[in-house]
Design a protein around this ligand. Structure first.
Ligand SMILES: Nc1ncnc2c1ncn2[C@@H]1O[C@H](COP(=O)(O)OP(=O)(O)OP(=O)(O)O)[C@@H](O)[C@H]1O
Length: 601
């Protein structure tokens, strides 16, 4: 008895030491612990031996949320307790309201409970003085009024609004004055104000006024801090708020990517596409928790999006076979997009079973614990796919990329998958008719010709922009003239570093594995899950290739079971995903399977 007690004590001590050592492999956690910022209990090591990011501060909280399968960011695993394994799911014995009473609402943010959103003071403050002084504004007003008087055009009032790149003079015409009378004087007004580019922009919606737009000789920079710190952005109750800059009358311009629901950014090289892309990413990083949002970044040049690899474990998603979190090759781009299509189909099949139509409704049901995680249900994060330089993917030899992009654009919205595509080649070969018809929202930066502008926006105008982030945004109906927010490399670095120094998931979110049936890839046995062979025997024995079977019989989390099924598919043991049907098992009996497994080892 005494000896058994000593052995037991030694085992417990050894387990504690091992779990502490493993936790030190996570650089982030080591650094935070060193700084003494983290009051969490010691790291918990998952069954897979990976440092556990779910560090709920109390045992009660810990019981609410699963610690079973943490290599994926999305919780599909049981949300009651991981250890000891319950024999039956509480979802089988308790109603949703009883579950909520017992465990509370499901909170995806408890994945990383101590996660802090980046503070606004990481960004540079706006030190710009106004591009026009009050004296100049008054002079211009007097000159405009004098000119109109000479032409016997009476006005009731004139006021000026200073925007980032232009000032707008709003005139209230006297009764009987026609807009065209003022429009006819456009060149004369430009001459009077000595300002090339002055435009009479016509009736200002919602007012009785006519606008005259006068460009500043030195445009004002719109700092990202001034827009992300504004009430318009801070108070925006949107699913995916993205800040695109300021309008010409100095209003912060925020859109909800979830409703756009995709965006095309195009303009000649050096006019501000990358800055626009990074200000969109920065907007989302300021508003979203890593449990709610993942980016898939495709950047074949490996330049613009590379800095974000440092926040890969927090905010990026990738296929498990991809070595890097950011996609930099054509093949990897194709398999990532294919894999996203599989994820999209899986989400649709979850929606079908849950009888929901949108990600918001589905997640609401999940949070209310009406959906059983052991049937594959999980909290769904939004996925934003960013493609920097779409022309690199639109090669003549690879038409399938365009088809994948179109599929995602057509069906992604309801399931929370959104695309942002940027290109410096606004030609009809790159921005094809079918791409345009599926991506209604477009941001045009300066282009060279009216034809290019027409290719992007279906109208001219972008050829008159001044560069440096000045843009025209079209939501498919209205066009808004804006000045994009500027974000510097140093600011990107500061935000990424702030995020990077916090606890993260163990890996980027893993997307379902895509296997190209026409070009089978060699199956890498090093990447195989330790339970791979047991799972293979199980599916062959039951002649049923479903993750829930593996999950139940081998006591694994849903994510891990899903990955094993992907590996079984890669090894040719089960067939491809077929929506709500179970996968076909390609080995008829254990004998043939054992022979195959021997060959694999
Ligand atoms: N919103 C902005 N406000 C002020 N200046 C800007 C803005 N956007 C871009 N610029 C200026 O334009 C330069 C080029 O911007 P950016 O790198 O985004 O261009 P690009 O269109 O992505 O170029 P490329 O096609 O070569 O990648 C920036 O370095 C900056 O000086």
């Amino acid at each position: 008895m005494y000896i058994i007690a000593i052995i037991l004590f030694a085992i417990i001590v050894a387990v504690i030491i091992m779990s502490r050592n493993r936790s030190k492999t996570n650089n982030n956690s080591v650094e935070i612990e060193k700084k003494g910022k983290n009051n969490n209990p010691p790291n918990v090591t998952s069954k897979a031996g990976i440092p556990e990011p779910v560090l709920n501060s109390t045992l009660a909280q810990h019981l609410k949320q699963s610690t079973d399968d943490i290599t994926l960011s999305e919780h599909k695993a049981p949300i009651y307790n991981a250890s000891p394994e319950p024999k039956t799911s509480p979802f089988e014995t308790l109603t949703a309201s009883e579950l909520v009473e017992k465990f509370g609402l499901y909170d995806p943010k408890l994945d990383l409970p101590d996660y802090k959103y980046p503070p606004i003071d990481l960004l540079d403050t706006d030190l710009n003085s106004s591009p026009v002084n009050a004296g100049d504004l008054d002079n211009n007003k007097q000159r405009i009024v004098a000119l109109l008087n000479t032409h016997r055009i009476k006005i009731d009032a004139i006021k000026a609004t200073v925007g980032p790149t232009v000032s707008i003079y709003e005139i209230t015409p006297a009764t009987g004055v026609r807009i065209q009378q003022i429009k006819n004087l456009e060149t004369d007004i430009a001459l009077t104000l000595s300002s090339v580019g002055t435009k009479v922009i016509g009736h200002i919606p919602g007012t009785n006024n006519i606008g005259i737009e006068v460009p500043h000789s030195t445009p004002q920079l719109v700092s990202i801090q001034s827009v992300l710190g504004s009430h318009t952005f801070v108070d925006a109750s949107m699913q995916l708020p993205i800040c695109l800059g300021k309008t010409m009358d100095n209003k912060v311009f925020v859109k909800d990517l979830a409703t756009l629901p995709h965006l095309l950014i195009a303009g000649t090289t050096g006019q501000g596409k990358s800055v626009a892309l990074t200000s969109i990413i920065t907007s989302l990083l300021y508003k979203k928790h890593p449990a709610e949002l993942k980016f898939v970044m495709i950047d074949l040049n490996g330049i613009e999006l590379t800095p974000y690899s440092s926040i890969g474990n927090h905010f990026l998603a990738k296929t498990s076979s991809a070595k890097k979190a950011i996609v930099t090759s054509l093949d990897a781009a194709e398999s990532s997009l294919s894999s996203l299509c599989i994820e999209m189909d899986r989400r649709y099949s979850l929606f079908q079973d849950a009888q929901t139509r949108t990600i918001v409704d589905y997640n609401k049901k999940f949070v209310n614990r009406t959906l059983d995680p052991s049937s594959g249900n999980r909290y769904l994060s939004y996925i934003v796919i960013l493609i920097d330089e779409f022309a690199d993917l639109q090669t003549t030899t690879n038409k399938s990329i365009e088809q994948l992009v179109i599929r995602l654009a057509q069906r992604g919205r309801s399931v929370g998958i959104h695309l942002i595509i940027s290109t410096q080649r606004p030609s009809v070969k790159i921005i094809t008719g079918v791409i345009k018809s599926n991506i209604a929202s477009r941001l045009a930066l300066k282009v060279i010709t009216a034809i290019d502008s027409n290719t992007i926006l279906d109208t001219s105008g972008a050829e008159h922009l001044n560069g440096n982030g000045e843009a025209l945004f079209s939501d498919g109906i209205n066009i808004t003239h804006i000045q994009g927010g500027f974000v510097s490399s140093a600011e990107i670095e500061a935000v990424n570093s702030f995020i990077n120094h916090q606890h993260s998931y163990a890996t980027p979110m893993l997307l379902p594995e895509y296997i190209d049936s026409f070009a089978p890839k060699p199956f890498d046995s090093d990447d195989r899950d330790p339970m791979f062979e047991d799972a293979a025997r199980l599916v062959v024995l039951h002649q049923q290739g479903s993750p829930s079977l593996i999950q139940r019989k081998l006591k694994l989390g849903y994510n891990r079971a899903g990955r094993i099924v992907d590996q079984l598919e890669a090894a040719g043991i089960v067939g491809p995903f077929e929506g709500s049907k179970a996968r076909e098992v390609l080995y008829p009996d254990e004998y043939s399977l054992e022979r195959y497994l021997e060959g694999l080892n």
